[in-house]
Design a protein around this ligand. Structure first.
Ligand code: FAD
Ligand code: UDP
Length: 369
């Protein structure tokens, strides 16, 4: 008899498996894929280059708790991600910053001057409700068209005006020349990769891992007291309220017979091409190799559910599922798919650590009754 059957071996499931095993629970962790680490899975391709199977994963967090926790299972390689955008025939920093403006407009403005420049371009939108509002408010129509509109339409097949503000708000606007993609306190990559980190998380003798297994095929057969589900919440309830929309991506990998391909980890293509961005893995991993590997991302509606789509009508459907989820006895939902939230890895870890604390508290309360 297992104490917990955990569905999904990504960050959400693996963190809970590790914590619960450490707290003395017996855990069965299943994934329908043939590997651990969920969407963070990385592996060496046939040329021996470390690549991310589900697209570039860059770790960053402001949470000391999350960073300390993951540090139990990995060493880190400091890495600050940088992104350039291919715009008007030039490569310019994204997020838009002082250098971006000066390069695009052939100016040599100072920080203060660029503030005024952007203020003169900005179109005030109040209240800020959509992803279009966010950008127009900050930089106005011209830069919105150059950097956001086309990219967003490719990525989501929606106009920014049809998406929650939270989506483009992920990318700030800067008036200094900080060209880092993230400004979090902790920015680093697991030295030996994500999969190795997951392997260490799952070494406890009370964790059994079953791959190539859909939990539906075993849930009736293998006795367990409680279930933790990190797959798509709508699938759990047989799409009772209809399918929740997710965005997927087709990844096209290439290994090139040259040492380097592009100047930064990622180059975005906001207005050209069918792909949104190209990432060169060696920037992220720090690997030295005489060849290099890149990935193109082509967004699509079909395929694995990667991105919940943040907009009101989807949130309303999700709220119906969430209600059902809350009524389930001895079943917990967590993770990007389990709670239909556009979460980064660190947010998923934080969410699962919080769920762990809740479960343990319930356990103690149960014992005291
Ligand atoms: P997942 O990793 O998706 O794990 C869920 C697991 O459940 C899957 O392995 C799936 O096979 C399994 N499962 C589903 N249904 C079943 C079933 N019926 N039976 C058994 N198993 C099942 N975050 C960052 O912080 N930085 C980044 O740079 C970053 N880049 C990203 C790039 C892309 C292209 C994508 C798609 C995401 C990116 N993320 C990034 C987000 C990151 O991938 C997620 O936050 C994180 O992986 C979510 O972990 P999870 O455990 O919730 O879900
Ligand atoms: N975005 C954009 N242009 C860019 C970069 C981002 O329009 O050059 C918008 C787009 O809608 C994207 C969102 O901002 O989906 C969030 O970008 P982020 O890089 O955080 O996306 P992720 O890495 O999660 O795919």
């Amino acid at each position: 008899m297992y104490d917990f059957l955990i569905v999904g071996c990504g960050f959400a499931g693996a963190v809970l498996a590790e914590r619960l095993a450490d707290a003395g629970k017996r855990v069965l962790l299943v994934d329908k894929r043939d590997h651990i680490a969920g969407n963070a899975y990385d592996y060496y391709n046939k040329d021996g280059i470390l690549i991310h199977k589900y697209g570039p994963h860059i770790f960053h967090t402001n949470s000391e708790e999350v960073f300390k926790y993951l540090s139990l299972f990995t060493e880190w390689r400091p890495y600050e991600h940088r992104v350039l955008g291919s715009v008007d025939g030039q490569l310019v920093p994204i997020p838009i910053n002082l250098t971006t403006i000066n390069k695009l407009y052939g100016r040599s403005l100072t920080s203060d001057e660029v503030k005024d420049f952007l203020a003169s371009k900005a179109e005030e939108r109040r209240p800020v409700l959509t992803s279009e509002d966010v950008v127009l408010n900050a930089v106005g129509k011209e830069l919105y068209e150059k950097f956001f509109r086309g990219y967003t339409r490719k990525q989501w097949d929606l106009d920014p005006s049809e998406l929650d503000a939270s989506v483009t708000a992920r990318v700030p606007t800067r008036t200094n020349s900080d060209d880092r993609y993230f400004t979090d306190t902790y920015q680093a990559m697991p030295t030996n990769g994500y999969t190795e980190m997951f392997k260490k998380m799952l070494t406890h003798k009370s964790i059994h891992v079953m791959l190539n297994t859909d939990y539906r095929d075993i849930t009736e057969i293998i006795p367990h007291k409680k279930l933790i589900y990190t797959g798509p919440v709508d699938a759990f309830f047989d799409y009772r309220f209809g399918k929740l929309p997710y965005r997927s991506i087709n990844f096209r990998f290439e290994t090139l017979d040259r040492e380097n391909y592009q100047p930064t980890g990622t180059v975005n293509y906001p207005t050209s091409n069918l792909y949104t961005r190209i990432t060169e893995f060696k920037h992220l991993t720090g690997q030295t190799h005489h060849k290099t590997a890149i990935v193109y991302e082509y967004p699509t509606a079909e395929g694995d559910p990667y991105y919940p789509i943040p907009r009101k009508e989807n949130q309303e459907v999700y709220n119906q599922y969430r209600k059902l989820a809350e009524e389930e006895k001895d079943v917990y939902f967590t993770g990007r798919l389990g709670t239909y939230k556009y979460y980064n890895m660190d947010q998923v870890v934080a969410q699962s650590l919080a769920l762990f604390r809740k479960i343990i508290k319930e356990d103690l309360d149960g014992l005291q009754q």
